[in-house]
Structures are given as C-alpha cells and as structure tokens.
Write a protein that binds this ligand. Structure first.
Ligand code: COA
Length: 261
C-alpha cells in the first residue's frame, strides 16, 4: 500500500495536451521503488486512453533523472517468488502508443538509461550522465536493452557500455544515438516543452501511426527479449555476486568479486 509520501514520488501534471510525469524522490536520487513503477504504469495507461493527452514527457527533479531501480527493493526476498512491479512497467513502456519524450537532467542509471530506448525523443542537459552498470552489480541487461542498445549504439559500443557499465556524458550519448539533442541545463526544460507542444499540434492519428510503424518489428521482438532478459535477471537478483554488489553500495565500499568463479 502506498503512503501519502510515496505517492508524491511520482508527480504528474497536464499542460494543454501534454502530460508531464516527474520522478520526484531527490533524497534518494530518484531511485525508483515498486510503488513508483506502479504509478508510472497508471500514468501511461491513463495517458494512452485519454484523448485529451497527445504527448507524455518523463523527467526528473533537482539535477537527477533517476539512480535507477531502488537497490533496497532489489534486496527484497519477494523478488524471488513473484514478478516485481518493474515487469509491468517494462511491458507497458514499449506499447505506449503516443509520443513519449524524455528530458534528462543529471544521472540516469540503469533503467534511467534503458527506459530512454523506449522514448521517441530524448533531450539531455549537458550535465546528464548515463550508465548501464548491470554486470558490475552482478546483474544483466533489462528493459529490452540487450536488443535495443546494440541496435541504437552498434554492437561493440553497446557491449562496452553494458559490460563495463562506466558512466558516459551527454555528448557521448548523443554520438551513440541515445539522445537527440544536448542543451544547456537551463534550456532543457523549455526545449522539451516546446518539442512536446509541436508534437501535440500535429495530426494525432498520423503521429501515432508513424510511431507504430517505426516500432512495429521491435515490439514483436521485444516480447521474447523481455521474457528472456527477465528470466536471467530474476536469477541474478538472488545471486551471491549481486548480494556482494548491493552490500558494497550500502556499505559505501568497493565490491570484491575475487572469490567468485
Ligand atoms: N537505490 C536506493 N538508494 C539509492 C540509490 C538506489 N539506486 N541511488 C542512490 N541512493 C541513495 C543513497 O543510498 C543515498 O542514501 P543515504 O543518503 O540514505 O545514504 C542517497 O540516495 C544519495 O546517494 P549518493 O550515492 O550519496 O549520491 P551521489 O550524488 O554521490 O551519487 C549516484 C549519485 C546516482 C551516482 C549514486 O547514488 C549511485 O551510483 N547510485 C546507485 C545507482 C545504481 O546502481 N542503480 C541500480 C542500477 S541497476
């Protein structure tokens, strides 16, 4: 059950025909909890059905997009038994039928970067920093990134990013094809808003059908990819390697994988 505070961690507002969904948990660097995934799924479902909404924008607050999945949630034993709420979010994201824009204003870790592969246009502040540190956390690629990142960034570059998990800046993200435009920090929000308004003024059915055509083959493949990634990821979550990585993060020390084979 969500408490009043938890429900404030996702804040959505409508301006004209644009719905903006703000990830708002700055005290934990916008790390996403199960309740927050649930709220985002609700937002996507509502926006998909509501004819008054033509475009959705996802963004962060206070210099952070999101530090990715809440690592404390990852340690919950329930992940072992039941499908965590991240999976409904991952299923809903690629199927969202209207333009989905992202404005990235700081760290975008893990799903913070992989969700961008499902966005139709991505605008990054020059202060944005991306990373997909799954392997170094004892985990594996999720959100269809094993399919989409090589498609977007090329095989070698995607492999380097997904294996080493090093942070990369907005310029590198743009060169890799993950980002449409890099703008000064104070220009990010107005730039995303003006792009969203431009899209909202276009013939809506033509825009939706354009998206559907562009994504058609990927959506077909993603179903299988998400299942395969999810099966491996669930095993990895309860692995001793991941336990060491999560413990190291919360103990603010370097992880030591020397004892594993
Ligand atoms: N899950 C849970 N808590 C998180 C979190 C996460 N993914 N990311 C950050 N936090 C918490 C920290 O534990 C800390 O909490 P505390 O104040 O109670 O100690 C707080 O948010 C601030 O984080 P901190 O690391 O001190 O901020 P920073 O500015 O030095 O670094 C990041 C920001 C995003 C680079 C860093 O927090 C980070 O690497 N986070 C983990 C990202 C990650 O591995 N995500 C999972 C990907 S699959």
């Amino acid at each position: 059950r969500m408490t009043a505070t938890e429900s404030d961690h996702i804040v959505a507002t409508t301006e004209g025909r644009v719905r903006t969904v703000v990830i708002n948990r700055p005290e934990k660097k916008n790390a996403i909890t199960l309740a927050m995934y649930g709220r985002m799924v609700d937002e996507l479902e509502h926006a998909a059905e509501d004819p008054a909404i033509r475009v959705v924008v996802i963004t962060g607050v206070e210099g952070v997009f999101t530090a990715g999945n809440d690592l404390a949630d990852f340690q919950e034993p329930s992940h072992d038994e039941t499908a965590p709420a991240v999976f409904p979010f991952l299923a809903a994201l690629p199927l969202f039928p209207k333009p989905l824009l992202a404005g990235v204003n700081g760290p975008a870790v893990g799903i913070g970067t992989t969700m961008l592969l499902h966005c139709d246009m991505v605008y990054a502040s020059s202060e944005a920093v991306f990373s997909v540190p799954f392997a170094r956390l004892g985990l594996t690629p999720e959100a269809g990134s094993s399919l989409l990142l090589p498609r977007v960034a090329g095989l070698q570059r995607a492999t380097e990013l997904l294996m080493l998990g090093e942070p990369f800046d907005a310029q590198v993200a743009r060169e890799a094809g993950l980002v449409n435009e890099v703008v000064a920090p104070e220009k990010r929000s107005p730039r995303v808003a003006s792009r969203a308004e431009e899209l909202a003024a276009l013939p809506p059915a033509a825009v939706r059908q354009t998206k559907a055509l562009i994504r058609h083959d990927l959506i077909d493949q993603l179903k299988e990819v998400l299942e395969r990634e999810g099966a491996v990821f669930r095993e990895r979550l309860v692995s001793p390697e991941a336990a060491e990585a999560f413990a190291a993060f919360f103990e603010k020390r370097a992880a030591d994988f020397s004892r594993f084979d």
